[in-house]
Design a protein around this ligand. Structure first.
Ligand code: ZN
Length: 248
């Protein structure tokens, strides 16, 4: 789920749709190659025969509209700020890879045990066995010298049925019930799936939103989602020895 308000329906584009969107109005076409490369997330090169080729990680297909618009603007005017906005999105999104072997899943964090939280969420809100596994995403690091404008706290990948939670949430300052709310959002995706209209898939449907709003203290969690990630980017203030001693 995302901290910034998004349009009510969020698209999952195909590579073809992304290429069409980026190429429209340009003199030369842009071809799109989708990768699962976690090191090189995005690369743009001019093709000797004309036009350009964009190689990007699959999570770009789930980018919010403002990120796609920034990419399009960059192709037209080559403003570095637009390119940086696209890179920032890719760097802060937990990245789906090819099917993950169970050995690489990591649900026990330093502060929060995701498997225990998923078990609780499943028992409380979803009948039947849980159809998905859960893991902490890989750390993408803190953005340097910039304020984060957006973060994906979690993501759900239908194939291979995996919930990823952003590692920034494995922090003493994040209440367990907030992590549970994020897990609930992703678990709801596993239950409801996507609606296909034409060639597009819609995940945050009206039905999804109305079921999500029934989560206990929904408004409080939503409010926290808008601000929490900014404070987590700052290191936790160190306690002075004098404060610690006062506790005893
Ligand atoms: Zn979602």
């Amino acid at each position: 789920m995302n901290a910034d308000p998004l349009p009510p329906e969020r698209l999952q584009l195909s590579a073809r749709e992304l290429a069409d969107y980026l190429s429209s109005g340009l003199d030369h076409p842009v071809s799109v190659v989708i990768t699962h490369n976690r090191i090189s997330l995005i690369r743009l090169r001019q093709k000797p025969e004309g036009g350009s080729e964009l190689r990007a990680h699959a999570c770009l297909l789930q980018a919010p509209p403002e990120t796609l618009r920034a990419l399009k603007r960059f192709l037209i005017s080559h403003r570095r700020a637009d390119w940086r906005a696209v890179c920032a999105f890719l760097q802060t999104t937990p990245r789906e890879s090819r099917p993950v072997p169970a050995a690489t899943l990591r649900s026990a964090g330093n502060f929060h045990d995701l498997q225990a939280i998923l078990d609780d969420v499943n028992t409380s809100f979803f009948p039947g066995p849980c159809p998905c596994r859960i893991t902490w995403g890989r750390s993408a690091g803190r953005p340097r010298g910039r304020t984060r404008r957006h973060i994906a706290y979690g993501s759900y990948h239908r194939d291979p049925g995996l919930i990823r939670i952003h590692p920034l949430l494995d922090d003493t300052r994040v209440p367990r019930d907030f992590v549970a709310f994020i897990v609930f959002h992703e678990r709801l995706h596993a239950s409801l799936g996507a609606e296909t209209r034409g060639s597009r898939q819609w995940h945050h449907t009206a039905r999804f939103r109305s079921m999500e709003r029934q989560y206990p203290e929904y408004d409080r969690h939503q409010k926290l989602a808008q601000t929490l990630f900014r404070s987590l980017d700052k290191p936790e203030p160190k306690r002075k020895w004098s404060d610690v001693l006062r506790l005893f």
